[in-house]
Structure formats: C-alpha cells, structure tokens
Write a protein that binds this ligand. Structure first.
Ligand SMILES: NC(=O)c1ncn([C@@H]2O[C@H](COP(=O)(O)O)[C@@H](O)[C@H]2O)c1NC=O
Length: 530
C-alpha cells in the first residue's frame, strides 16, 4: 500500500515570509485550500493567492495581541485527528473539523530579538506559543500530516506535490526537523530565562571570583541551544564529522565575520577561540599566537607591531601555521609583519581597510573580525561532553590583581616583577595544565603546557626559553607540590615566582625560594585548564 498522502488543506502561519508567495502559488495551483493567520494571509492575498483567514474558518477572532490565533479545536483537531480511526473521523465531522494535511509554521524570532539586546518584555512577547503547538501537533500526526518549519524546505514540498503527495519517509524527516526546531527554540528561551533570573536575584548570580557553592544555578534539566553556523568539512580528524553552532552571547570566533580566506576548520575554530579569549585578558596592546589550543607566544607592546615581534620571538618554530589574536584594531604595519610568515587565522576586534587589503593577497589566511572583545570577567557557563553526559561549570572568570597577591618570601617583588607576575599568571590561565609560564617585560619567554608532571612542564618551558629565561618571573597554574619544581625553575633562571600556594609542603617550597633569594607570591586562585 502506498504511504503517499495528497494534501487537500494547508495551514500557513509564518513570521518569516521568505518564499511564502511561491509556496502559496504552488499549493493553490494543485487545488490545495489554504488557511492562514493575519499577516501571512495578507501577504498571500496581496499576491493574488486564494486564502481563507483562520479567524473566518474557526469563527473565533485572533485576540490578545495575537497571543491566541490558532489555539482552537477546529485547527488542532484538523491536524491531530487520525484519518484511519472511524471514531476520530466521526468526531471531526460532528464538530465541523476539516482535516489539515500540511502545516507551515516558522516561529516568532525569539533568538534574534534576544541577540539584538531587546528589553525583557519584548523578548517575552516574542515567545511563540501557538506556533510550537501547531508544529508539535503536526509532527506527532506525521502519518497523515507534513510539517515545514523553514523556508529552505519549501522546494522539497513543492517537488513532492508534483509527485502526488508526501511519502511517510518525507513526513518523518519533516517531523524530526520540526521537533529539533521546537526543542532548540525552548532551549534558547530556557537558557535566556535562567540567565535573566540570575540578574533579578543577586544571590543566584554567579560571582566573578567565587564559584557557585551549590547546584542552585544549575537547572535540574539541561537545555543547550545553538544555531548552526557552519557544516564543517570534518572534525578534529578527517574521519570525524562536525558542525559549528553559535549562541551569540559573547564576542568571539562564533560571532566573528570572516573577511577572507579558506573555510574555517574544526581545529581552526577551537584554536581561534583559545587565542581570542587569551588576548582579551590584557588592557595594553597584545598579541597571542596559539598552536593546538596552547599559546606559544604572548606579548604586550606599545602597539600591536612591537607586541607581534616579541610574541613571535618567543617561539619562532611553533608560531609557523599558528593562530594570531590581537586586542586592538589591526593596523597595516602589524598586518604586513604578520603576513611574512604562514598563519592559519588572524582574529581582531576590527581591522583598518589597508590591513584588510594587504592580507587579501594571502589567499589561504582566514581573517576574522569579531566586532568586539569578550569580557574576561563576565560570568557565564562552560560545557564539555563526557561519556554519557555533560560537565557544566562557570567560566573561569577569575583574574588576579596585585591587591590579591600575598608575598610569602623574605624578598618582595619589584614593581616590574609584580607586573610580569600578573601577566604570566593570566597567560597560564590559558595554557593547558600543568602550565608553567616564564615571562619578562610583558613577554612570555618560555611556556610549558599539558604535561602530567609539573617538573616536566618547568623543564619544557625552560628548554623552549633557553637564555631568554634569565631574570624572568615564573607562573604556575597550580601550587608546586614539592620544592623540586620550583628549584628546576630557579635553576633555569627564574628570579621570582607566582603560584596559587596551598600545598601541605608550602613551608618547604618557601624555604627553597628564600634560600635562592627569589621573591614569591601566592594568588590563592588556581587556573587548571584541561
Ligand atoms: N497564538 C497563536 O495561536 C499563534 N498561532 C500562530 N502563531 C504564530 O504567528 C506567526 C504568524 O503570524 P502572522 O501570520 O499574523 O504574521 C507565526 O510565527 C506563528 O508561529 C501564534 N502566535 C503566538 O503564540
């Protein structure tokens, strides 16, 4: 038996009127009766497409500013009634309910309203109620009803009409897409509401420095919403499939405009995120070069050009094929210097037209304009997947300041050392653990990342830095559990140390520092990054 269902009646209620007239004409051309809500009906009628207003059909006017348009039995009965059950057919006839075989709905633009920064009340008014009800009803009764939620689907439906109707496989496909749409819509609303409740009640807001002590800010059920920004050629490796979703809540790689260059890859996006989040930590002009999600050179400068020279000098070998992030408008002088080596991506809050023109010659280089910098201290949630679940935590918005540092050694750091300590510790926050960062005069001189032993990270950082380490400060993302890691750093040439402190052997570590005559401060804050 054929599972093709011909369409005799359609309900159309769309906010986005793209392609509406073409669809209406195709339906009318096949003799399909069109029921439609106010604005959609008007668009169709103005284009000469015959249409029956839902209000005329149901006898119930649209009311309450459009909050109630289609929420009536004549509409939902027409969608939900099973055509193969005599009782359903009889009840529908008894109540004057005609079957509706096609539902075309796209929702009030809630996500776009939030993204443009609208007031609370306007966002609430853009929560569609009737639309999701129509979509869910039609998707449930997909044995008989086709449901479209996106103008991009109209050509497929028109082709199906030409072929005599939709197949069960098509209707199931439409139904799956429909539930994905309503789920992501509700997830966007839930995420927005949860965040706004935090605004309303300061006790529920996540503090910048104190992570939530209870599970209160985390809802019992998790909904993550995102808009597909890009289908990716592959994932971290070519045998993995991947896509990129944007939430639009923070300036960065997901919201940036790609000005030029090849398509971004999964690894490009991940690395660009790491670079841009790191460079946003600094108030002075700064350049960060990232490879495999770890910074390999970070520098402050009087301007981007000088910061670039020094960031590159930190590790000229690793910088090749890297990701460059800057925290100022990209100027032509810096762009020209950057163009001298091969890089995958440059991301900047903005760029001078001359810089853009200059980089246009590098066809493979992707240039991203983010439009702004993310606020490193802004609260927010970060997620990662584990087998069978997700881990959720507040973003690491912690930032040490000079006032928060405790000097624990006999020698106190000089002003210049204090500045370098804070710089190095902020870089260490963006280096995979165990992280050891040497820095001097606002430039990293050696970075050791992602080792299972802190001593090994120290050794690698020293190896990378070589002679440049002499006179540097050293930052450790977590406490030195023993004096050996510290001693390795001192042997490499470090003259002062910044670390969280808190080891049961702190006294031994402090004694080792004092023996060597170096200055050490405790931050009381750890920056693990995995
Ligand atoms: N309340 C209802 O009964 C209702 N039924 C449909 N809508 C929405 O109204 C919009 C279309 O309205 P119009 O055709 O008037 O431009 C669509 O986004 C649709 O999802 C409704 N609006 C919101 O809840």
């Amino acid at each position: 038996m054929s599972d093709v269902v011909a369409i005799e009646r359609a309900l159309i209620s769309v906010s986005d009127k793209t392609g509406l007239v073409e669809l209406g004409r195709a339906l009318a051309g096949k003799g399909v009766e069109i029921l439609s809500t106010g604005g959609s009906a008007r668009t169709l009628r103005n284009a000469g497409v015959p249409v029956v207003e839902v209000a005329d059909y149901t006898g119930v006017p649209e009311m309450l500013d459009g909050r109630v348009k289609t929420l009536v039995p004549k509409i939902h009965g027409g969608i939900l009634g099973r055509r193969d059950l005599p009782e359903h057919v009889a009840q529908m006839a008894q109540h004057g309910i005609a079957p509706i075989g096609l539902v075309v709905v796209n929702l009030y633009p809630f996500e776009q309203t939030v993204a443009k920064g609208a007031e609370f009340a306007e966002c609430v008014e853009n929560i569609d109620i009737g639309g999701p009800a129509l979509i869910r009803a039609a998707a449930k009764n997909h044995d008989f009803v086709a449901v479209l939620t996106d103008p991009a689907q109209y050509p497929d439906l028109i082709a199906a009409l030409d072929a005599g109707g939709t197949t069960l496989a098509q209707r199931r496909h439409f139904a799956a897409t429909a539930y994905t749409r309503t789920a992501s819509y509700d997830a966007a609303i839930a995420t927005w509401f949860t965040a706004r409740n935090g605004d309303a009640d300061p006790d529920l807001r996540m503090s910048e420095t104190v992570p939530p002590q209870t599970g209160e800010v985390f809802p019992a059920r998790l909904a993550i919403a995102g808009l597909k920004r890009q289908a990716l050629r592959y994932g971290e490796n070519p045998h993995q499939v991947a896509a990129f979703y944007a939430t639009g809540e923070r300036h960065g790689v997901a919201t940036a405009r790609q000005v030029q260059g090849k398509e971004l890859s999964y690894n490009n996006i991940n690395d660009t995120d790491a670079a841009y989040e790191c460079v946003a930590e600094f108030d002075r002009p700064a350049v960060v070069i990232v490879k495999h999600a770890n910074p390999c050179g970070v520098s402050l400068g009087a301007d981007l050009a000088s910061a670039w020279d020094r960031a590159l000098a930190c590790d000229t070998v690793s910088a090749f094929g890297g990701i460059i992030a800057v925290n100022r408008r990209l100027d032509a002088v810096s762009a020209a210097k950057m163009a001298e080596i091969f890089s995958e991506v440059i991301i900047a809050p903005d760029a001078e037209p001359e810089a853009i023109a200059l980089l246009a010659k590098k066809k493979n280089l992707r240039l991203l304009i983010a439009g702004g910098l993310p606020d490193p201290a802004a609260p927010g949630l970060a997620f990662r997947s584990v087998a069978g679940g997700y881990l959720a935590q507040s973003r690491d918005a912690g930032r040490v300041t000079r006032e928060a540092l405790t000097v624990v050694t006999q020698r106190a750091p000089s002003n210049a050392e204090f500045e370098d300590m804070i710089f190095a510790f902020r870089v260490a926050k963006h280096v995979k653990s165990n992280a050891i960062v040497y820095a001097r005069a606002g430039t990293t001189t050696g970075i050791g990342a992602g080792q299972m032993s802190r001593v090994d990270s120290s050794r690698i950082a020293a190896l990378k830095g070589g002679d440049a380490i002499a006179g540097s400060v050293v930052a450790s993302d977590a406490f030195f559990p023993f004096a050996d890691g510290l001693e390795a750093a001192i042997a490499a040439g470090a003259t002062s140390v910044i670390q969280p402190g808190g080891s049961i052997r702190d006294a031994e570590v402090i004694a080792a520092a004092d023996r060597a005559g170096i200055a050490m401060v405790f931050t009381g804050m750890r920056h693990f990054r995995h």
